[in-house]
Write a protein that binds this ligand. Structure first.
Ligand SMILES: C[S@@+](CC[C@H](N)C(=O)[O-])C[C@H]1O[C@@H](n2cnc3c(N)ncnc32)[C@H](O)[C@@H]1O
Length: 232
């Protein structure tokens, strides 16, 4: 069978985000310039996380930290662990940098860009002790479902980047997406659902309240948390 190739150009990749040009406040703009050198991670190639954090500690990655409140709170509450965050949203990156500075956080580093690229190209196998994805864009319209982050190929990639025993914590206020999360992660076969097969977590665990959680609650949505351990 002949597979039709595009006439030219790189293959199109489906992204889970749209780049918003949203307003960046003066404080956020200042942080993006002045604080990025302290907390931001740049460069190319596989990251040496021991060098990034200047120590060896348990490492957690939050994907899509939004305005950064939950990530800053987790890093402040757990100084023995290191936290990496990635997002594409400039205002949110600026805000997280200001939170990191005002709390004097030494265990937080920030990346800008697509988490799929980070996981695929810049993180070594078994380099993370946990991945946290709180309220990823639910893409509610059927024609947009393919943009959802939690898909079989993405969960496969996570399984290869997480240490055996590592945590995967997902949360959403969109019931059909919660069902998809449960189905996709359990079908992968390398994860143990800490609440038991087919069950949602009974509570949020160590996850702080997030902005999108508050928004979901205002709309009367149920909040779903899902926690899994990467099996050996
Ligand atoms: C609905 S918001 C949730 C923000 C935050 N976690 C909260 O609960 O308030 C989703 C966030 O994920 C980010 N995002 C979506 N896809 C991403 C990707 N592939 N890589 C990095 N960030 C992504 C978006 O820019 C946005 O900030």
């Amino acid at each position: 069978m002949t597979v039709q190739q595009p006439a030219s150009g790189p293959p199109r990749t489906m992204r889970s985000f749209v780049r918003r040009t949203g307003r960046v406040t003066r404080a956020q703009a200042r942080a993006l310039v002045q604080l990025w050198p302290r907390f931001g991670v740049e460069g190319e190639g596989v990251l040496d996380l021991d060098a990034v954090f200047a120590r060896r500690a348990a490492r957690f990655l939050e994907i899509g930290f939004g305005m950064g409140d939950a990530l800053a709170a987790m890093a402040a509450a757990d100084p023995q662990r290191d936290f990496l965050g990635i997002d594409v949203h400039e205002a949110g990156i600026g805000r997280l940098l200001t939170l990191a500075e005002s709390a004097g956080l030494h265990n937080l580093r920030v990346l800008r860009g697509d988490a799929v690229v980070l996981l695929r190209e810049r993180l070594a196998p078994a380099s993370l002790d946990g991945v946290l994805i709180f309220f990823p864009d639910p893409w509610p319209k059927k024609r947009h479902h393919k943009r959802r982050l939690i898909q079989p190929a993405f969960i496969d990639l996570l399984a290869r980047r997480l240490e055996p025993g590592a945590l995967l914590h997902l949360a959403t206020d969109w019931a059909p997406y919660a069902e998809q999360m449960l189905q996709v992660v359990e079908a992968d076969g390398r994860w143990r659902n800490l609440a038991g097969p087919g069950c949602y977590a009974p509570d949020a665990g160590a996850r702080p309240q997030t902005r999108f959680q508050s928004r979901g609650e205002r709309l009367g949505h149920t909040i779903f948390d899902l926690r899994f351990r990467r099996e050996d």
